[in-house]
Design a protein around this ligand. Structure first.
Ligand code: AKG
Ligand code: FE2
Length: 291
């Protein structure tokens, strides 16, 4: 069945005013039970067995030469994972956090950390790339990470530096085939700010401000850790540049929260979804150059 947007859909899990206040004060908020276990099992099944996910994988090389990867898509499509990003729960939560009704989905990605995966996602912020695109206000966009599986300290859950959204946009330096926040700034910030391990059960979600410094470390367990990251922006905050893949600015029409269980999608992961490689250098080329 094709996706149908029904504008009067209401969220079954609205974020509370306390959650919104916590987000603004600390730069992040973990919203428990945004999705249920049955819904996350459907997404897990896509991650485990849909070859389209691997085909869209963008590989990232860390400082030690270990590789992690993200399956990325932009815009909206008829897949299960895209339906998740459009449920009334998600759209209304985003609207509450950015303080505007009319938002668009920039891009999403799925990051799987396999058993005993030693790769590191170095400390970084999302906003600097959007700034490069021409997005003006960091407060009018938001990042989120849905725990598709259980996320623990041991399996390399997302880590954020509490209140780091107050640091503003930090200079980036190259690491592996990508960039990270200048480590000197991070070291200084960590004198005052603490690292939060975003431990979550499947279905929990962490929303965080685009200037929040975040990353993750090794998975020391026998199980794969999966996060689905979403990035949204207020329509009023669209960049000045035109023709940018991640800013097609399609109005984010809500799907009913029942869409996932009702199967209102045509595939797990869309192989034709618009994707692009925003990392600095192709990993193969990078590894060859540094061999
Ligand atoms: O999944 C993770 O560990 C973090 C990934 C991330 O922050 C990113 O891809 O921008
Ligand atoms: Fe990130």
């Amino acid at each position: 069945m094709k996706q149908e947007a029904v504008s009067e859909n209401r969220s079954i899990r609205p974020v509370t005013q306390d959650e919104v206040n916590f987000y603004h004060e600390n730069g992040y908020v973990i919203v428990r039970g945004m999705f249920d276990v049955e819904e996350m099992r459907l997404v897990q099944a896509v991650c485990q067995s849909d070859p389209n996910l691997d085909a869209s994988l963008k590989k990232v090389v860390d400082a030690n030469g270990n590789i992690w990867g993200a399956s990325v898509w932009t815009g909206l499509n008829d897949s299960l994972v895209s339906a998740v990003t459009r449920t009334a729960r998600m759209v209304e939560a985003v609207e509450s956090l950015v303080g505007e009704r009319n938002c668009y989905h920039m891009y999403s990605k799925i990051v799987q950390k396999y058993p005993h995966d030693e790769s590191i996602v170095h400390w970084h912020q999302a906003f600097p790339s959007w700034y490069d695109d021409g997005v003006p206000f960091p407060d009018k966009a938001t990042d989120c990470s849905i725990a598709v599986t259980e996320n623990t300290k041991e399996n390399g859950c997302l880590q954020v530096i509490e209140k780091s959204h107050l640091l503003g946009r930090i200079d980036r330096v190259e690491v592996g085939n990508t960039v990270q926040c200048d480590p000197q700034h991070i070291e200084r910030a960590l004198h005052d700010l603490k690292i939060i391990d975003c431990e979550m059960d499947a279905g929990d979600i962490v929303f965080f401000h685009p200037n929040m410094v975040h990353g993750s470390i090794e998975n020391t367990t026998d199980k794969t850790r999966i996060l689905m990251h979403g990035h949204y922006n207020a329509m009023s905050n669209r960049p000045f540049a035109e023709g940018l893949e991640a800013h097609t600015c399609l109005p984010l029409e809500k799907l009913p929260d029942s869409a996932i269980k009702d199967g209102i999608y045509t595939m797990g992961f869309d192989p034709n979804a618009k994707d692009w490689n925003w990392y600095n250098r192709d990993p193969e080329e990078y590894l060859e150059a540094t061999a």
